[in-house]
Design a protein. Structure first.
Length: 453
């Protein structure tokens, strides 16, 4: 089973900024786990575990380099790319190990640590991305012959390095409006019109092919009742989970983004003229009765999406207090709001999100996908002004509320945001390369054995 790693961006970023071999990453947990497995086996091979480089107070051994080579070769194969000879890979990969050692040394001086809760959340995210429970993830790792504690320890190191990069580089980078304008002028969008894309959610009430007229009429009345419930405030996603017989019911009926060619003509006819955020009329097919909600409508020149105005209250994870105590505190806060206290007033007093506390917890108008997956999942079943149950993200424990919805053409804003991200990525890479070069020059780095010797 191929499992997806949760931090491919970090590993790719670190590798792409070193002076050695630039190589792509498959981002598979299989490769990552195998790396650690090789680590365990290499310990027994002391005869091969020569010290190759001394880096300040630490060392990089031949076993360390062999693990890195094995990882690189597996990633290249899984990406369908040719594997260079070892004598080509070794120098660049050894430089990468030196850079990793230097970064972890800086992180230690800055007292950058990762809490057990953050590691647990990262593990939970990896499991969810692979459709597994945490217990199943443990089993999948153990089946490779790797101790789960070894995998957890290496994951903690990845998180530490990411925090270091955010602190020393990414937070210092700014992009001006002029830079975005220049990028867009140099990289104009294609003039050819793109096909229309629709983001839809769907409810199906199945009717057997041999159903009587009375049964068909009963299901029609049910469909009209569901549509009325949604108009009265029931969230479409919640209605889909409760009533739909469709294959996507458990996902709130979401069909995702599809081109017109990927949708039945019956669906296209039903949503013609329906605004973003609107409902189709109920309609019948050979399968039964249908209801659609338009979540987004996109083309090359226009991207109309349904935005939600969201506010939240955050209680951050703590190494001093148990999770049960944090949840209990937030439950009491939620009970006060449900009983009638003003959400914004409570957020100003109780929320630990320093960016939104003074705004009454207001996160502003958000597009689908802008929040972490756990946050999105908590919002999807909510009606307007309904307070969510408590849920967890990497930041801590939350309650949230949708205060309004609107449709918005975000095409131009999206293009500018994408341009900004590209510019930030370029600046970050340049800054990272300069910084690691200076770290190298200031460090004690002594080769004891050169690759291939």
């Amino acid at each position: 089973m191929e499992l997806v790693s949760v931090f491919p961006d970090l590993k790719h970023f670190l590798r792409s900024c070193t002076a050695g071999v630039k190589r792509g990453f498959s981002c598979t947990l299989v490769a990552f786990v195998a790396w650690i497995a090789l680590s365990a086996s290499a310990v027994a091979e002391q005869s091969l575990n020569r010290v190759m480089v001394v880096v300040n107070d630490g060392v990089i051994t031949e076993a360390d380099l062999n693990r890195e080579v094995a990882l690189a070769e597996m990633e290249l194969r899984s990406a369908g790319r040719p594997v260079p000879p070892r004598d080509v890979l070794l120098p660049g990969l050894l430089e990468e190990l030196i850079v990793d050692a230097l970064l972890l040394g800086v992180a230690e001086r800055f007292s950058i640590v990762v809490s057990n809760q953050e590691v647990a959340y990262a593990l939970m995210t990896i499991a969810q991305q692979n459709g597994l429970s945490l217990a199943q993830l443990r089993t999948a790792i153990a089946d490779t012959g790797v101790a789960f504690e070894d995998y957890e320890s290496d994951l903690r190191k990845q998180l530490i390095i990411r925090q270091l990069i955010n602190r020393e580089i990414r937070r210092q980078i700014t992009v001006s409006a002029q830079e975005v304008d220049e990028y867009l002028a140099q990289n104009p969008t294609a003039d050819a019109p793109a096909p229309l894309e629709l983001e839809l959610a769907h409810i199906l009430l199945k009717v057997p092919g041999d159903a009587s007229e009375a049964e068909v009429a009963r299901e029609e009345r049910s469909a009209r009742y569901i549509r009325q419930r949604i108009n009265d405030g029931l969230a479409f996603a919640e209605a889909a989970r409760r009533y739909s017989d469709g294959g996507k019911a458990a996902e709130g009926g979401s069909l995702g983004v599809r081109t017109a060619e990927q949708l039945p003509q019956l669906f296209l006819d039903a949503v013609e003229g329906v605004p973003v955020g609107g409902l189709s009329a109920i309609f019948q097919s050979s399968n039964g009765w249908h209801l659609l909600k338009v979540l987004g409508r996109r083309s090359q020149q226009q991207m109309v999406v349904l935005q939600r105005e969201v506010r939240h209250i955050l209680v951050r994870a703590s190494t001093l207090l148990p999770e049960e105590q944090l949840r209990a505190r937030l439950e009491r806060i939620r009970d006060r709001i449900v009983a009638g206290e003003d959400f914004a007033a409570v957020a100003r007093l109780q929320s630990e999100d320093t960016n939104t506390r003074a705004l009454g917890g207001n996160l502003g108008w958000l597009n689908s996908g802008e929040l972490p997956g756990e946050f999105e999942q908590a919002l999807n079943p909510l009606s307007i002004n309904e307070v969510s149950p408590i849920f967890q993200t990497a930041a801590g424990w939350h309650i949230a509320e949708i205060t309004a919805e609107r449709e918005k053409d975000v095409g131009d804003a999206l293009r500018r945001r994408q341009a900004e991200r590209i510019i930030i990525g370029r600046k970050t890479e340049e800054a990272f390369e300069q910084w690691t070069q200076s770290l190298w020059e200031e460090a004690f780095v002594r080769y004891r054995v050169r690759p291939g010797e």
